[in-house]
Design a binder for this molecule. Structure first.
Ligand SMILES: *Cc1c(COP(=O)(O)O)cnc(C)c1O
Length: 452
């Protein structure tokens, strides 16, 4: 029998920054594997820290979302939001499932093309499309979602030059009862800008207005807001039909569904209280079905869901560097994974689970990353059992926005591994090296020498 580990007793103080005086429930079970692949083995093979993505979870989540919509509305299409996670392997999984691509820059547009996405199945969003980007999108017959009038006039000019008729939509922003309102992108509904833009497009006779788009916010906790948005888009489409006898072929309701994460300051865990795909689907499809579209003229419903489709599939494994007590006696644990690779720790209280068996004692702990920066805090307060140097933890729900918003700061970015449905791990992004970094640098000749 192995010797039981000694744990030093400590007097525990009540924490004022917890949602309630007992804190949230401790993780009672360790997470020793991801999809059947042992976490220690993953770290031994690929290094620490390590991003791990479960292909099974991505595909299951996608199927769940699709089912929630397709059971309620006849015509549904997803378009994968590249900026949420544009690793090639991840995008390819979504494309295999049938997703189109939704991009917001020339770089993302080229990435989708290079992956083999048919250009007419790329939706080009965002306020910054250069003339070069627009030329490409027009030539390729991609869907251009116009953000502002300056963009519209550029397209008018390009159409004369290229002699091609682009397929366009406008992005509409609106009051959905959720504040602050996202009104910086697109044309406003209430003040008439959206209707103005539609009239300008119709009278120009230079492009086909095929869709209406909105993206009302992100991590929307009120499904009802989507119903309000759909009613407003329907009003625009039906006015267009009446005035120009022109039909809109799709409504793109954007992204914004909440994932299972817990927002900082929330009283209950997100996995218990956030709306489900069914909740969102119900309000959108009810609004569309109740509007005055004729049965055979219902628009295609496009969704650009990002975080809700990928967050749960992503894990970040970190290793304990050290334990300390702060000046107030509070336990602090330093991990080798910091906020430079976990951008979402600024918004979420990410769930953290030890990766090996532990004993019964637990304590309020502050989890720091390895950076020499005061802001490098992964969790300010989490009830965890004792973790020893060299042991691992799993940080959950990190699939969205971290592998795009991460930055090279102080440390190099780690590997990303995908576990396929047959439990085989694949490296889908190598870890960065010093050579990668200096490859982009140039040093003037006169700075190449120094003596100390
Ligand atoms: C970022 C973005 C999305 C994805 O948003 P989520 O909140 O991650 O679902 C979809 N559409 C547009 C236009 C976006 O900018």
């Amino acid at each position: 029998m192995s010797k039981i580990r000694y744990e030093r007793p400590a007097i525990r103080k009540l924490e004022s920054s917890m949602p309630n005086k007992f804190g949230l429930k401790t993780e009672y079970l360790p997470m020793t594997n991801i999809d059947g692949v042992n976490i220690n083995e993953l770290i031994n093979s690929f290094g620490s820290p390590l991003f791990v993505i479960s292909e099974k979870t991505i595909r299951n989540t996608y199927k769940k979302a699709k089912k929630a919509l397709i059971t309620k509305y006849p015509k549904v299409q997803f378009a994968w939001s590249y900026k949420t996670n544009y690793l090639n392997a991840i995008c390819s999984i979504f494309h295999q499932e049938g997703s189109w691509a939704e991009v917001v820059s020339g770089f993302e547009y080229d990435k989708a093309l290079a992956l083999g996405v048919a250009a007419d199945k790329i939706i080009f969003n965002g306020p910054d499309k250069t003339e070069e980007d627009l030329t490409k999108a027009i030539k390729n017959n991609s869907l251009i979602h116009i953000d502002h009038l300056d963009e519209f006039y550029t397209i008018v000019e390009l159409v004369d030059k290229l002699k091609k008729r682009p397929r366009v939509a406008i992005r509409v922003n609106m009051d959905t009862g959720v504040y602050p309102m996202w009104d910086r992108f697109g044309f406003n509904y209430e003040n008439g800008q959206a209707w103005d833009a539609m009239n300008k497009i119709m009278h120009s006779e230079k492009m086909d207005l095929v869709g209406l788009h909105c993206h009302i916010g992100t991590f929307m906790l009120s499904p009802n807001a989507y119903g309000v948005a759909a009613v407003k888009l329907a009003d625009l489409a039906l006015s267009l039909q009446k005035k120009f006898n022109h039909e809109i072929s799709y409504f793109d309701m954007g992204g914004g569904f909440a994932s299972r994460n817990t927002l900082k300051g929330a009283y209950m865990p997100g996995s218990d209280i956030n709306p489900t795909f069914d909740d969102y689907a119900e309000t959108i499809t009810t609004a569309l079905l109740n509007s005055n579209f004729k049965k055979d003229k219902l628009p295609l419903l496009i969704l650009e869901t990002g975080r809700a489709l990928i967050d749960e599939a992503g894990f970040l494994i970190g290793t304990v560097i050290s334990n300390k007590r702060s000046s107030t006696g509070k336990r602090t644990t330093i991990l080798d994974a910091g906020v430079n690779i976990l951008f979402t720790s600024f918004w979420y209280d990410h769930k953290i689970t030890p990766a090996q068996p532990f004993t019964h004692y637990s304590e309020e702990t502050c989890i720091y990353g390895p950076l020499c920066m005061n802001i490098d805090v992964i969790r300010e307060n989490v009830n965890l059992p004792l973790l020893n140097k060299g042991e691992q933890v799993v940080i959950h729900n990190v699939g969205a926005y971290n592998m795009t918003q991460w930055m090279q700061f102080i440390t190099l970015r780690p590997r990303v591994v995908l576990i396929d449905e047959n439990r085989n791990p694949h490296i889908i992004r190598e870890k960065e090296t010093l050579a990668n970094m200096v490859d982009m640098e140039r040093i003037p000749e006169y700075l190449k020498k120094f003596e100390l």
